[in-house]
Design a protein around this ligand. Structure first.
Ligand code: NDP
Ligand code: 8X3
Length: 260
């Protein structure tokens, strides 16, 4: 497969864990230049140190909470000032917080999900897209979810945020026509990352149960799919890729060992 990624500048939000970290690793292996963003700066610094040593690619790290619109604006200004406008933006930072019936929903959980998954993605994209338009090229990949297609019990607000990511991906694609910027969305089913531990507020046993009895996706599987999307020839736009474990056909249909 031709490598169209080599030397491209790729910004990954939420690079400190899971899918974002796996994307950083996959793109570094392809010779990309990385801009890594997360709140846990120590983690992305460790990743930077390891990947620069192993892959010898330029990597810069930035501590950033995508919910902080002012900080995101300053970050975009810094990228512009240092001539580090990304060629590719992976809007991956996101989370589920809580799994409760709507009527028992926690306001803080709801704010956290809406502010990160929807407004965070908007903050980063709105700040960076004008720079990418000025550069005349680019590719944005939004990380949606199977949860953006089917609502499941107690998923309520998380589902709503991923439905929003889907609508925004379509909207961005339409509005960016003619700018040279492609917009894609990847929608994974269950991926074994820190996602469920975060959703269950640190309850590791509850998190482990989510992935019991079947082989879930791993972050590396999703990173490979993201690589395929951004490595596609310039005339190709993968608008959406729905990717699930073979054992998961939709949110309700998961073939678990020991279950009829
Ligand atoms: P992880 O919990 O492993 O990673 C989440 C990443 O998001 C971390 O790097 C975290 O970094 C970052 N993040 C969270 N909040 C913020 C914030 N406010 N500002 C900056 N970064 C933030 O989960 P996943 O890798 O699984 O999740 C990545 C994306 O994939 C999410 O959008 C999630 O909704 C989506 N997804 C996950 C699926 C799954 O089953 N795991 C399936 C479908 C979609 P830090 O805490 O250091 O800021
Ligand atoms: C994460 C996958 O099924 O837990 O988006 O909602 S799921």
């Amino acid at each position: 497969m031709e490598n169209r990624i080599q030397g491209k500048r790729i910004l990954v939000t939420g690079a400190s864990a899971g899918i974002g970290r796996a994307c950083a690793e996959r793109f570094a292996a392809a010779g990309a230049h990385l801009l890594l963003v997360a709140r846990r700066f120590d983690r992305i610094e460790d990743l930077r140190a390891r990947l620069s040593r192993e892959k010898s690619v330029p990597i810069a790290c930035f501590p950033l909470d995508v919910r902080d619109r002012e900080a995101v604006g300053a970050f975009a200004g810094e990228l512009a000032g240092r001539q580090l406008t990304p060629d590719i933006l992976i809007n991956n930072a996101g989370l589920a917080s809580g799994l409760d019936p709507f009527q028992e929903g926690d306001w803080d959980d709801w704010d956290r999900m809406i502010d990160t998954n929807v407004k965070g993605l908007l903050n980063v994209s709105r700040a960076l897209v004008p720079l990418m338009i000025a550069a005349g090229r680019g590719h944005i990949v939004n990380v949606g979810s199977l949860a953006g297609y089917q609502v499941y019990p107690k998923g309520n607000v998380y589902n709503a945020t991923k439905f929003a990511v889907r609508a925004l991906s379509e909207g961005m694609n339409i509005d960016l026509a003619g700018t040279g910027i492609r917009v894609s969305m990847i929608s994974p089913g269950a991926v074994n990352t820190e996602f469920s531990e975060v959703r269950f507020h640190g309850d590791r046993e509850a998190a482990a149960r989510v992935y019991e009895g079947y082989t879930p996706l791993y972050a590396e599987d999703v990173a490979e799919a993201v690589f395929f999307i951004v490595n596609a020839p310039p005339h190709v736009n993968v608008q959406n890729m729905l990717i699930t474990p073979a054992a998961q056909r939709n949110v309700y249909c998961v073939e678990r060992a020991g279950q009829a």
